[in-house]
Write a new protein. Structure first.
Lengths: 555, 353
């Protein structure tokens, strides 16, 4: 899934549900207001939010970061979506723009859905069934990092290469709202993937280019009214939500606040001060390490909440180029990297792991293939005797990822490599390292948070050969092992059961023996709001971050 | 100091004693300026401090400037202290309690020795200050000589170009160039500086500070080129190069020396600003600017991490400024008299210190 350089927070949906139910009891008001809105809190107000970095893209088909999904999660609703809830509840797929969950037939190869009638975009245009294939085709045309999830649609792979014509595997009927998707082969995770923003419908004619500066109209309760890449954006209520969409999707929350103004503040110390003083109402990224303990002690339970995540932080190595084309070199790096040291670099906000799958993900079983041993690492490297010892190490500016990069560079230097450290602005780090034409992509930092609770999400986009793309690449190590590819493809076709979980456990081990990554931990994140906000009702989705519709000002 | 006190200082006859050259006279005048001498000594101490970095690193701290010690433990007075706590808090100053290790504590969650980085960072800051100061002064002198000697369209082109450069927001452009070149390096014609090299901030500083030195020197060249000794040289058949570098340049020496000292101070400040904003010296290398940037993140719990490199910059820049002022007074005492006459503080010539 997406990388999170920033916050993840959390929960507390019980009160939301309870209050929503209470409001339902008052008659027809709840349906006219468009479903639950987070309780009986204060209506209205503009939320002042601060992010430490601008999202990779402000374009639903392109964004593949926590920041982007958090920013646009309630602007662009896909055919299916995720329950507004915490933990496993928040990973549950429910109907979005579609009337109901897809009817799956033809041995798992045909998905049939019907669009809810009467839906409109925020510019007033009606939403049509044929907008869905337009969005899918647009996603391929702009070389989105999410493309890999949808290449199993009949004709999609060819379309991805040629970008000509249309995708024959998607048939639609604008009159009835029917959308029929044919897959080449069954895909156990396809319903989850229909809930991702990559395939959220956009109006036909939306340009096939990055629209971060002027995002296209959406269907959610909020719309983006202004976007200034690198600086911030503003959201306001979608006028057609109240008029049309909330009636068509009565279960989808409408939200209490009128809108939000998001400002990029790159200094997390300033962010904390501003939240404490009420200048901002919510900071999307966690407090800096220096302030973390203080914030936790002073505000936990009232304005601050800690949440575990299902994520893997790792250093990727380019397996196609020397010196990391040799598994022994990559294994040496795994022995040299010490997750215990990185736990301190992250101020205790990561828990050390050395494998692909994080704790909490089906199929996870603790592996200890590379206990920290610098001597062994040096021996392995000596055996491998790589021809090229000059490498470039990449990381981003966001703390403590920058320090993790510096630590890693030091480790590689200690191993004997001639290193050069490149620290890029967090706004475009993943775009740059995901572009194959960037020179010297040898090794560097990355992280991955689950899109949905299926281990395929940690293998297919990140480690399958088919996922390697010229731009918006997520397989940063360009790992392409035919046996692993075969196994990923086979497991991806099946519904997840105990047998598949065991197979993923084995796959985790198999991949880590090849060591395309040096994983080092799974992250804990947090939510920090001002005293003006009711923290209890803020819902943090494992997929979309903090839902805007769950914010409310205290009375 | 008021004029009564100054009157007590024995006046140096401007013509000096027999056999004393102008440089010796200037040296005597400079040495009588106790404040300037004190700050010159301070500056030499700072230079000695940073030059001693390898000695301290090898024989006292036993670590390099970029070596991390995240999991290391120190044994101090029978107690075990972690260089970085599990919560990521770096150890504070140990002074001599740990035999000089972590004298000023650890710099960050990476557990690098702050003292070692301070010394090595000072080398980087001073190196950038000196080298860019040298390049700036060289460029400025050459451009000023060409403009002031040839005048006409040469002067117009050079002077207006310098004006344009002067009018640019130096820091913003410096940040833009520094940030853009951090990834792919900086290429200007046949010259290519790889990304992350300290030659990038040196280049930026050298180019953008040239007008600040070139414009006043050009003014002086314009004035000097009308003097009799220049006309005399031309009458004797001296060519442009001979006049510029044989006649004008020696007469600019005192001005150049003063500007060089002041320019180093300015350059160090600019480097610190660029590095603080991430567009100067690139990690893991340290400079005093990058150290303030790292320390700023820990300002609430470990304020010394930002304060100490900040104090080092302040002392270095202050000493260079005061030494520069002292040199100006010593090399061209009339300039001070002129200045003071304008402000009503004139005193007998030769009495100034």
């Amino acid at each position: 899934m997406k990388k999170v350089r920033a916050a993840i927070a959390v929960l507390a949906f019980a009160a939301v549900t309870a209050l929503a139910l209470a409001s339902c009891g008052s008659g027809s008001d709840s349906s006219s207001s468009g479903g639950s809105s987070g309780g009986e809190g204060k209506q209205g107000g503009t939320l002042n939010i601060t992010y430490a970095s601008f999202p990779d893209y402000m374009d639903p088909q392109l964004s593949y970061t926590q920041e982007g999904w958090s920013a646009m999660g309630e602007v662009y609703i896909p055919l299916l979506t995720y329950e507004h809830g915490e933990g496993s509840k928040g990973a549950e797929v429910i109907p979005g723009l579609a009337k109901e969950m897809p009817k799956i037939s033809n041995g798992g190869k045909t998905y049939t859905l019907f669009l809810r009638p009467g839906l409109k975009y925020s510019n007033g245009e009606p939403v049509k069934a044929s907008d869905f294939p337009y969005a899918v085709e647009r996603m391929f045309k702009v070389n989105s990092g999410g493309s890999t999830f949808y290449t199993s649609i009949v004709g999609a792979e060819k379309f991805a290469k040629t970008k000509q014509g249309s995708i024959p595997g998607i048939k639609t009927n604008d009159k009835t709202g029917e959308i029929q998707i044919e897959l080449e082969k069954p895909r156990g995770t396809f319903a989850n993937e229909l809930g991702l923003m990559f395939v959220a419908p956009v109006p036909k004619g939306t340009p096939n280019e990055d629209l971060s500066a002027s995002p296209p109209p959406g269907t959610g309760p909020y719309m983006i009214t202004k976007s200034q890449p690198g600086r911030g954006w503003e959201v306001a209520r979608n006028p057609y939500w109240e008029k049309a969409n909330s009636k068509a999707m009565p279960d989808y929350p409408t939200g209490l606040i009128d809108g939000a103004k998001v400002t990029i503040v790159r200094n997390p110390q300033t962010q904390v001060n501003d939240i404490e003083q009420g200048k901002y109402d919510y900071m999307e990224n966690p407090p800096p390490a220096d302030r973390y303990t203080e914030v936790k002690e002073n505000f936990e339970g009232t304005q601050f909440r800690v949440e575990p995540t299902i994520s893997t932080y790792y250093f990727w190595m380019n397996t196609q180029e020397p010196p990391f084309d040799d598994a022994k070199v990559r294994q040496a790096v795994n022995y040299a990297v010490d997750p215990a040291a990185l736990e301190r670099v992250y101020s205790g906000q990561i828990k050390g792991t050395q494998q692909i799958l994080p704790p909490g993900m089906p199929g996870y079983e603790k592996l200890e293939l590379y206990p920290h041993d610098m001597e062994k690492a040096k021996e392995l490297l000596k055996e491998a005797n790589p021809s090229d010892m000059d490498i470039t190490v990449w990381t981003d500016t966001e703390s403590p990822n920058n320090e993790a990069g510096e630590y890693y560079e030091g480790v590689l230097k200690e191993l004997g490599f001639n290193t050069k450290l490149k620290i890029l602005n967090a706004d475009n780090y993943f775009t740059v390292i995901g572009n194959q034409s960037t020179p010297d992509l040898d090794t560097g930092f990355s992280d991955w948070f689950q899109d949905y609770p299926h281990p395929n999400d940690f293998f297919e986009p990140l480690l399958a050969g088919e996922s390697i793309q010229p731009t918006n690449n997520q397989n940063f190590g360009n790992f392409n092992d035919p046996e692993v590819n075969k196994e990923i493809a086979k497991l991806g076709e099946e519904q997840l059961g105990s047998e598949q979980e065991a197979a993923y456990t084995e796959l985790d081990k198999e991949v880590m023996e090849e060591a395309p990554w040096a994983p080092y931990g799974t992250r804990t994140l947090s939510t920090f709001v001002s005293s003006a906000i009711n923290l209890e009702n803020v819902i943090y989705s494992p997929t979309f971050g903090a839902y805007l519709t769950s914010f409310e000002f205290n009375e | 100091m008021n004029s009564t006190n100054r009157a007590a200082v024995p006046a140096e006859p401007e013509n000096g004693s027999a056999g004393s050259g102008p440089w010796l006279l200037a040296l005597r005048r400079f040495l009588r300026n106790r404040v300037a001498v004190a700050f010159l000594v301070l500056f030499f101490l700072i230079v000695a401090f940073v030059l001693a970095a390898p000695l301290w690193a090898d024989h006292v701290a036993h670590t390099g400037p970029n070596e991390t010690h995240t999991l290391q433990k120190l044994h101090v007075d029978g107690k075990v202290r972690e260089v970085v706590t599990p919560e990521g808090k770096p150890i504070g100053p140990q002074w001599f309690e740990a035999d000089g290790k972590f004298f000023l504590g650890a710099d960050s969650r990476l557990g690098r020795d702050e003292m070692v980085r301070l010394m090595y960072g000072g080398r980087t800051s001073l190196f950038i200050g000196f080298v860019s100061g040298f390049i700036t002064t060289f460029l400025a002198v050459v451009l000023a000589l060409l403009a002031g000697y040839y005048r006409g369209w040469v002067d117009a082109v050079i002077a207006r170009s310098l004006d344009v450069l002067w009018s640019l927001p130096v820091l913003l452009i410096g940040i833009a160039i520094g940030t853009a070149s951090a990834l792919g390096g900086l290429g200007i014609g046949p010259i290519f500086i790889p990304g992350g090299s300290i030659w990038i901030p040196i280049f930026i500083i050298s180019i953008f500070y040239t007008p600040y030195v070139a414009r006043p020197i050009r003014g002086e060249v314009l004035s000097l080129s009308e003097k009799e000794f220049v006309e005399s040289a031309v009458a004797q058949g001296a060519g442009p190069l001979r006049v510029m570098f044989g006649e004008l340049l020696p007469n600019l020496a005192s001005t150049i020396v003063v500007f060089f000292a002041l320019n180093i101070a300015n350059n160090m400040l600019f480097e610190a600003a660029l590095s603080f904003l991430g567009a100067g010296v690139q990690p893991p290398n340290s400079s005093w600017g990058t150290m303030i940037s790292i320390g700023e993140e820990l300002l609430t719990t470990q304020p010394l991490l930002a304060i100490i490199p900040g104090v080092m910059i302040m002392l270095t820049v202050l000493s260079l400024n005061i030494v520069g002022d002292g040199l100006r007074d010593a090399l061209d005492p009339r300039s001070k008299v002129r200045l003071e006459a304008k402000t009503g503080m004139a005193e007998p010539e030769g009495a100034s210190v």
